[in-house]
Design a protein around this ligand. Structure first.
Ligand SMILES: Cc1cc2nc3c(=O)[nH]c(=O)nc-3n(C[C@H](O)[C@H](O)[C@H](O)COP(=O)(O)O)c2cc1C
Length: 439
């Protein structure tokens, strides 16, 4: 059997298209209720997805002194949702996102150990350093920590968490009623960490998680992010939109893994993919055009300003993107923003057009076409070594996820590109990742 894909469902309130929440089939108020998440998770499990994933946002979308009310809701607490969804499913993994910049390691180690116990080994942690600068102002700080320092803190943070998960040996819980011994104290090893950012001096308050550690996921593409990924990530949620970029990104992380004492095969890279599916290509294109017509230009300008670190609010919408002025700021952009600038310059794109491009897919990849065309796209990326699978980002919920599960998954299975049933019970089983031995 050839190589098979791994599939994540990236849930987002309303949908991944920025205007998805305005689609007539979506009820904005329902996005906060459990039913929205339950239905999506059970559908993804019916489609044999590896995992269900939610992000984390620690600031409202405030810009220029006002909340950007034209955009949909941001992410709401991911661990709460994961625990609830975990109780409504039996096999699919649940990946929650928490920031290493605005949390303490002991609390995070405890929360993910609990999630892993509650779900019998189906949890994963998307480790982020937090993308938006405004979060600092909500956490008693004046500025968002500089990126290199954020990733240094993240590395120390994760080392502490893994040591805490390892503090109980797998056989430490004995439950020996006769002798009155809940655990074998000689098999519990407190840690003694004193480092740059943290001091922690205890064992974890609960036994080792069923998976040893939750699956460690990462989602940053900067050089510091890549170094961090090579060191710790077992799954990467990537955002490259072109095959060649994705292929070299995956190769770059893998090339750095041996120096960190890791096997390059122990990595699953899942680029985000927003499929807009139609019975014919023309129908899919029509659906995309309908969604883009719902896109509020203010959202495009806001997202573009944020990504370019350049205020575009006072420019006319139909002016050309001022690429020279933007470059003159000397900001350090992520590769995906840099490639947007190149394209805007080459094609003379306007602010409205660039805003639409950034906003429509939230800077992830998309494929618009028939189920066969979606499968072809995925197969090509898998073959080229550009991806180990995809983080599926339906433009709106629930109907577009249903369409993917009912029409794309069976085609993938027929071509031998996707599992016909779950082979194991844990998220590590689904992803083909080894359970870490206790250090
Ligand atoms: C699929 C995906 C999901 C992400 N989810 C979040 C998130 O929920 N919260 C967040 O603050 N950043 C999130 N990010 C942003 C990254 O963690 C990171 O901050 C951003 O990609 C910039 O990475 P870099 O700083 O390494 O360049 C996500 C990125 C990707 C690709």
């Amino acid at each position: 059997m050839g190589k098979q894909l791994h599939l994540g469902l990236f849930i987002y309130p309303g949908g991944h298209h920025v205007a998805g929440w305005r689609h007539p089939s979506v009820a904005a108020r329902d996005i906060l209720g459990f039913e929205f998440y339950r239905r999506a998770a059970q559908t993804a499990e019916r489609g044999l997805f590896d995992l269900f994933f939610i992000g984390d946002m620690l600031a409202a979308r405030e810009k220029d002194g006002r909340v950007v009310a034209e955009g949909a809701l941001n992410n709401i607490d991911s661990v709460s949702i994961s625990a609830a969804v975990g109780a409504a499913t039996r096999r699919i993994g649940v990946v929650a996102t928490l920031s290493t910049t605005y949390n303490e390691p002991y609390a995070i180690a405890e929360r993910f150990a609990t999630l892993d116990h509650l779900t019998a080994g189906r949890s994963g942690w998307n480790i982020i350093t937090t993308a938006n600068d405004e979060a600092a102002l909500n956490f008693s700080r004046k500025n968002h920590m500089e990126k290199t320092r954020r990733y240094q803190r993240a590395a120390e943070f994760v080392d502490i968490c893994t040591a805490l998960w390892d503090s109980w040996a797998d056989d430490a819980l004995t439950g020996d009623r006769a002798r009155g011994m809940f655990a074998d104290g000689t098999r519990i090893r407190p840690i003694a960490h004193a480092g740059e950012s943290f001091t922690v001096r205890d064992a974890l308050c609960q036994p080792r998680p069923p998976q040893g550690w939750p699956v460690l996921v990462q989602a940053g593409g900067s050089p510091a992010g890549v170094d961090f990924a090579a060191r710790v990530a077992e799954v990467i949620f990537a955002a490259q939109t072109r095959l060649e970029e994705a292929r070299s990104f995956r190769a770059a992380v893998q090339a750095r893994m041996p120096a960190c004492g890791r096997d390059p095969q122990a990595l699953r890279v899942l680029p985000g993919l927003m499929p807009i599916i139609g019975a014919t290509e023309a129908e899919a294109l029509r659906k995309e055009a309908e969604l883009n017509a719902l896109l509020h230009p203010a959202v495009g300008v806001w997202m573009l300003s944020e990504q370019l670190k350049f205020r575009l609010y006072d420019f006319p919408l139909d002016a050309k993107l001022p690429v020279a002025d933007i470059r003159a700021t000397g900001s350090a952009w992520t590769p995906r923003v840099a490639s947007l600038l190149d394209r805007a310059e080459a094609e003379g794109l306007t602010i409205r057009e660039c805003g639409r491009m950034v906003a429509a897919t939230r800077s992830h990849g998309s494929v618009v076409g028939t189920p066969e065309q979606v499968v072809e796209h995925m197969a090509t990326w898998l073959d080229a070594g550009a991806a180990d699978g995809f983080n599926i980002m339906p433009p709106y919920f629930p109907s577009e996820l249903d369409l993917f599960v009912d029409q794309v998954v069976p085609l993938l299975q027929r071509r031998g590109l996707f599992r016909a049933e779950y082979a194991g019970t844990t998220l590590r089983d689904h992803l083909g990742l080894a359970r870490p031995a206790r250090a």
